[in-house]
Design a protein around this ligand. Structure first.
Ligand code: PXP
Length: 239
């Protein structure tokens, strides 16, 4: 039965739009947990465009389930993670000009630096996940450099323009899950998943946790966060 990690970055985006204190992602994380979220995910970006250092510090004290910190593998972020100690760090690529994380890490090209980052974080007792495209070569390198988990980037599946291409992307995800499980890597998945397409990915089986943000927050504006989290939680668990 898969778990649901709720990404609350968009709550912080709304707060930053006015530069004030509401809505507070701390409150959103608490409501998400009360509605059944298995974990809370936040991305502390280098440019601090949504989540702030204050959010991370307070959530470390208030999150009762599991805190997953998405971050670039920079010295600054590694030092912050080691000081705050989230249960898990998901390493992601980061470009200043992007609207959201646009692709998986190129683990092959950056393997030396990633290996060092993984070792430092693991030495601090943090589980490390690498956000990567469903590509067998990337999974093999992720395993070689000691990652605990991979998070499969499901963006190409979610954005597939035709049914046929969606099907092809789904097959890639399925093959990635099989390979990762064979290598004994834990598997999470996320990006672009919504109340319709998540069922197809959840049906594959073998994915431990789905990290979902935008679709949950979009629905929350209309029906409330509690209901939005409960509905998604049901889909990832039972489809
Ligand atoms: N996983 C990772 C690594 C991400 O960077 C994001 C986007 O912040 C997500 C999951 C969630 O994506 P979405 O907001 O499209 O659900």
């Amino acid at each position: 039965m898969a778990k649901l990690g709720v990404n609350v970055d968009h709550v912080a985006t709304l707060r930053q739009a006015r530069g004030g204190s509401e809505p507070d992602p701390i409150a959103a994380a608490a409501i998400a947990e009360l509605a059944g979220a298995d974990g809370i995910t936040i991305h502390l970006r280098e440019d601090r465009r949504h989540i702030q250092d204050r959010d991370l510090k307070i959530m470390r004290q208030t999150v009762q389930t599991k805190l997953n910190l998405e971050m670039a593998a920079t010295d600054e972020m590694i030092a912050i993670a080691l000081a705050v100690k989230p249960e898990c760090c998901t390493l992601v690529p980061e470009k200043r000009a992007e609207l959201t994380t646009e692709g998986g890490l190129d683990v092959r090209i950056h393997q030396e630096a990633l290996k060092v980052a993984i070792e430092k974080l693991q030495a601090g007792g943090i589980i490390v996940s690498l956000f990567i495209d469903p590509d067998p070569d990337q999974i093999k390198v992720a395993n070689k450099i000691g990652a605990d988990y991979i998070e499969i980037h499901t963006g190409s599946f979610a954005d597939a323009p035709t049914w046929k291409e969606e099907e092809q992307e789904l097959i890639k995800i399925e093959n990635t899950v099989k390979l990762a499980r064979k290598l004994d890597l834990g598997v999470n998945a996320g990006h672009g998943l919504n109340y319709t397409n998540v069922k197809k990915v959840a049906a594959i089986g073998g994915i431990e946790e789905f990290n979902i943000g935008h679709s949950i927050m979009s629905r929350a504006i209309l029906v409330g966060l509690d209901r939005a989290v409960r509905d998604m939680s049901e889909l990832v668990r039972y489809s």
